[in-house]
Write a protein that binds this ligand. Structure first.
Ligand code: GAP
Length: 493
């Protein structure tokens, strides 16, 4: 099913994933805060990326650089000159638009043919009464638009107490540049051999003219970027090393998104044509995702050649080369850059996980997150909250499991309702403690020491001894098979 953005925004707010920033003051334009479940999801996403692309690979290392960098970085990288969007301003209402966006907006029209009545006309269409097309501001419908002007997207600030030109600094618009300016430090300190990559995940800032679509395009966001350096003189499988590694990274990134739940039919590759390529790129391929707003960029994988290292060598006066032992010469490596956005990936995983289904005549909303992404792994639910032994056992189970995973305890509703709540936030498993678990001391009955595990996706159940729970969840939460657990620990019919 295709979920709408409104449904996701509402679920995110209601269930503590994402809130509008500074909401009680009316909100900050296109900034969002991650709530208790959102931060878990986001941390899981970043941890998996780091584990799979840094920790597990012998050819990768990571860094965590500062957001404020020397202003010369942005001159050398070309951002001061090229990181701009053409924008137009309305002379009347002063609203600002990206020049290339104006005709993609619905427009306001005061129609002469209907005594000046106001209409909102779909993007690109003429007025059905007078046939006019948009020439004025699409928002107020009255003001003329200025000719396009270049607008730099970097946020400017000042270092130190004096606000003067000499102390201008910029909030980084991408994490990439820190990997280039630290190339020599990383190479020498880690004694690396080509090919190798440097990874970084962290905040970036862009003063986007038209941010929007929830967390898809914001002014403050997080990126996960890799700069993978290769020797351009080398060949791999008969191809230039940079071209070979570019295709390898495209395939690896696609596989990564599929592995954690994005469906094949919602993913596609899009090759940039020559006119679209950034000033540094030899070839760029985007991984597009079918977001609720339509097909849009999820991440980009560019072959940046030796542009960045050469530019920083030129502007800093430092040599940024690699000594090729075999050929006994210094070379400037080429770089392949898989660049993704944390928030955009999170939105894609949310949209893909969202499912509505009918169960016994009622609507069930489920986020079918991959267990490693799910913000909460297990919810422990007492069947009767008035029975002390049940509540005590449930708290003890939560505390034991919480040593390894995010586990919650909830006793604020009846069991059916509690299950639905956990389904809606994507919790893969619930553990229910009941009278049978603890027995009834008044009647002299001892419990069986077993609890019910309920599987989110199949809604099937298994009856597992408490002491086996940690082992069972270690298996299930790292991709183990539910059917195997259900047959090993059958629930009573
Ligand atoms: N270093 C290359 C680079 O930054 P980019 O295509 O501009 O390339 C990479 O950004 C990724 O960062 C995008 O594919 C997207 O996922 C994310 N991203 C970029 N701008 C964003 C914004 N304003 N809001 C949210 N995510 C953004």
């Amino acid at each position: 099913m295709t979920v709408t953005m409104d449904t996701l925004v509402s679920l995110c707010k209601r269930r503590g994933f994402v809130f509008q920033s500074s909401e009680i003051y009316g909100g900050t334009g296109s900034c969002y805060d991650y709530g208790p479940l959102g931060v878990e999801l986001k941390n899981n996403l970043k941890r998996l990326w780091w584990r799979d692309f840094v920790q597990n690979r012998p050819d990768m290392v990571g860094i965590d650089a500062s957001i404020l960098m020397h202003p010369m970085v942005w001159k050398a990288s070309g951002h001061l000159e090229n990181f701009t969007d053409p924008m137009v301003d309305c002379r009347e209402c002063k609203l600002r638009f990206r020049a290339d966006d104006v005709d993609t907006l619905a427009w306001t029209h005061y129609c002469e043919a209907t005594k000046g009545n106001k209409f909102t006309i779909p993007a690109g269409e003429p007025c059905s009464h007078c046939g006019a097309r948009r020439t004025l501001c699409p928002d107020c419908g009255k003001g003329e638009l200025t000719p396009p002007r270049r607008f730099n997207l970097m946020f400017k600030t000042f270092m130190g107490p004096v606000e003067e030109e000499a102390s201008v600094a910029y909030l980084r618009p991408e994490t990439a540049q820190a990997m280039f300016v630290n190339f020599e430090n990383v190479l020498q300190s880690m004694r690396l051999k080509l090919p190798f990559g440097i990874a970084q995940a962290g905040r970036s800032f862009r003063n986007e003219i038209t941010p929007g679509n929830f967390i898809f395009r914001t002014r403050e966001f997080e990126q996960m970027e890799i700069e993978y350096f290769v020797n351009p003189r080398d060949t791999v499988e008969g191809r230039p090393a940079d071209e070979y590694w570019h295709d390898r990274w495209i395939a690896d990134c696609m596989a990564w998104f599929r592995r954690y739940g994005l469906r094949e039919e919602n993913l596609r590759l899009r090759e940039h044509d020559q006119s679209e390529l950034s000033h540094y790129s030899k070839r760029t391929v985007d991984i597009d995702y079918r977001f609720p707003i339509g097909w849009s960029e999820l991440m980009g994988i560019a072959n940046r050649t030796d542009f960045d290292l050469k530019q920083h060598a030129k502007f800093s006066g430092k040599s940024l080369t690699y000594f090729d032992e075999e050929r006994k010469e210094h070379i400037v490596p080429y770089v392949v850059e898989p660049a993704s956005g944390v928030d955009r990936a999170l939105l894609a995983f949310l949209a893909d996980a969202y499912t509505e289904e009918e169960v016994r005549g009622e609507k069930r909303v489920v986020l079918r997150f991959h267990p490693e992404l799910a913000p909460v792994k297990v919810a422990v639910l007492p069947l009767l909250k008035k029975r002390d032994e049940i509540v005590k056992a449930a708290h003890a189970i939560r505390a034991t499991l919480a040593r390894e995973w995010r586990v919650v305890y909830d006793d604020t509703a009846a069991i059916g309702r509690l299950y639905r709540r956990q389904d809606e936030v994507g919790t893969p498993y619930c553990v229910t403690v009941d009278v049978q678990t603890v027995g009834d001391s008044d009647k002299g009955e001892v419990g069986d020491g077993k609890v019910t595990i309920r599987d989110r996706d199949s809604m099937g159940q298994a009856r597992v001894p408490i002491e086996a729970l940690t082992g069972v969840f270690r298996d299930l939460l790292s991709g183990g098979d539910w059917a195997k657990v259900a047959s090993e620990f059958p629930a009573a019919k």
